[in-house]
Design a protein around this ligand. Sequence first.
Ligand SMILES: C[S@@+](CC[C@H](N)C(=O)[O-])C[C@H]1O[C@@H](n2cnc3c(N)ncnc32)[C@H](O)[C@@H]1O
Length: 301
Amino acid sequence: MAEAMEMLRPRPGGRYADGTVGGGGHAEALLRMSAPDGRVFACDRDGEAIEASRIRLGGFDDRLELRRCNFSELGAWVPDGVMDGVILDLGVSSPQLDWARRGFSLNKDGPLDMRLDDRQDLRAMDILEQWDERELSRIFFELGGERHARRYARAIAQRRGTLKTTMQLSQLIERSATGGWSPIHPATKVFQALRMAVNDELGSLERGLAAVWRCLRAGGRLAVIAFHSGDDRLVKHFGRRLERDYEIPADATEDVPELRRPKSPELRWVVRKAIQPSAEEVDHNARSRSARMRVMEKLAA
Ligand SMILES: C[S@@+](CC[C@H](N)C(=O)[O-])C[C@H]1O[C@@H](n2cnc3c(N)ncnc32)[C@H](O)[C@@H]1O
């Protein structure tokens, strides 16, 4: 939180967006630091998060616009080129993980749901029941980085029709696991991959970065906090494309020097490397351990 605010430098009169408002922590800091007349546009896919933020941020009604939507839709309600700062704090929140009925936690028994937005049809159960074994294996490997993806996909395919709860899934993976002792539960990566697939998190991030970028003014900053290496890689590559001082023709199949055309870079990294949480922060919030924050500034609107 402290580093994010230091990077975004909220000021009175500024306009800020929080694309992942969650419990409202970052949004509240943005509102306080931009007082008395800064404006904050905040959204979340999760209706319960919006309700929690509405209560927490009730005193800022005149300066806050709160909506339930995907941050990839930010462009539909925020004009282009006006934002001074945007924050995206990706993934799921602690309350979402703690509520068994949402199906995100492998330690608490709940339905195989995992939807961030409960208006959507696709649930984890549908993927487990309907996707073929090769597709399951692919998402476990690509989204979860799971080395035993094929083994777990096979075990699931063989138990179709019997898996109803998160505990049944985590116990099945535990029984199928072969590795030695590990500090993380053997089903951790499968759960992460399923959650990312249910919510199309990489797709949302890819569309969202482009949408958020359009909303920033020249000199505006974007801070993205990622907990997953796939998300972080996407952010890094997005930034690298825009920091280049050349472009390649749209129909070119590869990036070779002969095809490059000069252009002005659109972006500069505010910090070259991803910022990691301090030891103190990890001490009082163990879930922050794998967080990486990247911060970029728009050079031209
Ligand atoms: C780590 S929490 C954010 C916590 C928040 N920064 C706070 O201070 O309380 C992540 C939140 O992002 C939301 N989320 C994830 N992907 C989203 C997306 N594409 N669009 C909107 N909200 C999203 C989740 O529902 C969750 O509430």
